[in-house]
Design a protein. Structure first.
Length: 191
């Protein structure tokens, strides 16, 4: 059993895209309520994991410990441009080794993308926070998971044992909501 709690975070368009065809998150997918939710969540985690093209770009971003997936190293290496970042090649080291190298042996890890990084953890998420902008479409865009749009992000999460929780409104004017998808929560009883 892992010493890490693993949470995923993404906002997607109605068609399951996290970016446009140029792999850029367009302004129409940026909502103040979602950005505040995301920023507050990242301020509470111990480590952020993402690919080379993903980055949250927030005021606290440089202070956050992170692991960046890359093929620029055989296994693990310090990021020469960021003292809080570790480069990780999953072909040469395990996730746990990457966390240890980054100095985070336990705690909460936030996975923030891109699609291949999200997919690596589909069987390990404790909670995946799926925000959706139902009035935004990005035809030909970049999907949040491999297999989208043929299957919805929700169908992919459910196929990996995650169960939907109660959605919360992040922007009522645009119907943007975040839904927690949790690993087999089941019924809890007190002992």
């Amino acid at each position: 059993m892992s010493a890490h709690r693993i949470d995923g975070y993404v906002i997607v368009s109605a068609d399951g895209m996290l970016a446009n065809a140029d792999r850029v998150m367009p302004d129409q997918l940026k909502f103040k309520g979602d950005q505040e939710f995301f920023n507050a969540a990242l301020d509470r985690v111990d480590l952020i994991v993402h690919g080379r093209h993903s980055f949250e770009g927030q005021p606290n971003s440089p202070k956050r410990k992170r692991v960046i997936l890359t093929s620029k190293t055989a296994a693990l290496a310090p990021d020469p441009s960021n003292p809080n970042a570790t480069w990780w090649n999953p072909a040469g080291a395990t996730f746990e080794q990457a966390c240890d190298y980054a100095g985070v042996g336990s705690g909460t890890v936030a996975i923030i993308g891109g699609p291949e990084v999200f997919a690596m953890f589909l069987d390990r998420y404790d909670t995946f926070w799926l925000s959706q902008a139902p009035h935004v479409r990005l035809p030909g865009g970049y999907p949040c998971f491999p297999g989208v749009p043929e299957r919805s992000p929700q169908a992919i999460l459910a196929a990996h044992g995650l169960e939907t929780g109660e959605p919360q409104s992040l922007d009522a004017a645009h119907d943007v909501r975040v839904t927690p998808w949790r690993r087999g929560s089941g019924i809890q009883t007190s002992v």
